[in-house]
Design a protein around this ligand. Sequence first.
Ligand code: PGA
Length: 249
Amino acid sequence: MRSYYIAGNWKMHKTVAESVTLAQELVEQLKTCKHKVMIAPAFTALSAVAQAIRGSSIVLGAQNMGPEAQGAHTGEISPLMLKDLGVQAVILGHSERRHSYLETDELINRKVLLALEYGLQPILCVGETLAEREAGNLEAVVGSQVRDGLKGVALSSLGSVTIAYEPVWAIGTGKTATPEDADAVHAYIRQVLAGLYNQKAADSMIIQYGGSVKPDNVSQLMAKPNIDGALVGGASLKVDSFSPIALFV
Ligand code: PGA
């Protein structure tokens, strides 16, 4: 049985003090939350947020990670450094990384494998642009992002991986895919996973939806059979919008 997984991607927002305040508010508000909840502050706030959520069930996540464990890689953060701070999950291949920082499927795959090697739970983000959707390439694009992102991931490690389907045109735009459209893509991703692994593994995979998830659309999205959670950007920055999303049922 799959369970819901709600993640908040704070992106490049908040000072350390602001991050700690939000984390403390979430600990308070989400005491009764039945779902797995992860928050991913900026790297600079990870350590302080780790302290703030200690003893709660909130999982600490990072928004990205370098593709090497250590060495001469100026400006990068390694899985060892994340683990050292108590980070358990890491968002990889977010569309902002793919499109603004030109991360390729090959690079993202290296990060996924490295995260798994060091015991971090990767959230592999996939999603098509509006142009790709309109050209009829949605399945080709999303399918290859899933296949390439998971290359070399053993069936035994798959349980640690989450996939987030985030149509690029829905991120930060206020445009949400309809629950029906999103569910159809999630079903397609499950079909790709069944081909790569097997049906049981595909049926067990948690696939989050991301792209303008808000308190007023979360329930309709989560009601769909193939949608198992949300990766939330803008609405994760305030306790008043993230709590109702995490507490949707
Ligand atoms: P959004 O961002 O909720 O602000 O659309 C989602 C994401 O980028 O993960």
